[in-house]
Design a binder for this molecule. Structure first.
Ligand code: SF4
Ligand code: SF4
Length: 213
């Protein structure tokens, strides 16, 4: 899930300054789960904008704001309210903002900051486990990603700074390579360390990513 959070009041005041009437867009998927862009947050945003003297012409929470045809369809369903607005304020990740901006000629503002692809530990607590590097090596690292979990994204074992299983960059955090080693040992696969992992090909992470099935 894409983890996002609402921009600060100071940031939002700045971005909405030149708009008098806004149409609000939320996302029923990740931004709803993160409580940054669901129905509740769209309603709260409407109230907050009213305090600033801004009018909301209407709102919609798109099933998945990153779904370009759905974003276009939902905006068409609110054609009059969208037309009446000076701009659209989108409470979705950057991907959702761009689905919306590709579906209208109106100015589109993002109200959230997109943080990372996150796993859910429990409600409201998210952890980054994968950086979408395009060349997954989890099969060799006992299912723990060193690209994301090692502070230096090392691929061939721990740096010299690991101490009692803790990372030198942050002593509160476990060293990813210590965890990988311990798990491989339990699986009797420590031999994996005998081979040298070649330098990573970051070309697989080429931007912008495109994929067809
Ligand atoms: S190796 Fe790459 S694709 Fe695999 S979990 Fe780590 S960042 Fe994600
Ligand atoms: S201590 Fe471990 S997690 Fe921290 S940078 Fe070194 S190898 Fe990576």
């Amino acid at each position: 899930m894409i983890i996002s959070e609402r921009k600060t009041d100071e940031e939002l005041i700045q971005v909405v300054a030149e708009f008098r009437k806004l149409f609000l867009v939320g996302c029923a998927a990740c931004a709803t789960a993160c409580k940054s862009g669901g129905e509740e947050q769209v309603f709260a945003m409407q109230e907050w904008l009213a305090e600033l003297g801004k009018e909301t012409t209407g709102s919609v929470v798109i099933d998945e704001a990153c779904h370009i045809p759905r974003a276009g369809r939902d905006l068409r369903h609110h054609k009059a309210a969208v037309a009446e607005a000076d701009g659209l304020l989108v409470l979705a990740c950057g991907s959702g903002v761009q689905s919306v901006s590709s579906s209208t000629d109106k100015r589109v503002i993002g109200g959230l900051n997109s943080l990372f692809l996150g796993n859910i530990r429990r409600f409201g607590q998210y952890e980054e486990k994968c950086s979408l590097c395009g060349e997954c090596i989890l099969n060799e690292t006992a299912g723990i990603c060193p690209v994301t979990n090692c502070s230096k994204s090392l691929l061939n074992g721990p740096c010299g700074g690991m101490e009692e299983g803790k990372c030198e960059a942050d002593r509160e955090r476990d060293c990813a390579w210590h965890q990988i080693y311990e798990r491989l040992k339990k699986q009797q696969r420590s031999g994996v360390f005998d081979r040298n992992v070649p330098p990573k090909s970051w070309s697989k992470q080429g931007k912008p990513g495109k994929h067809k099935v």
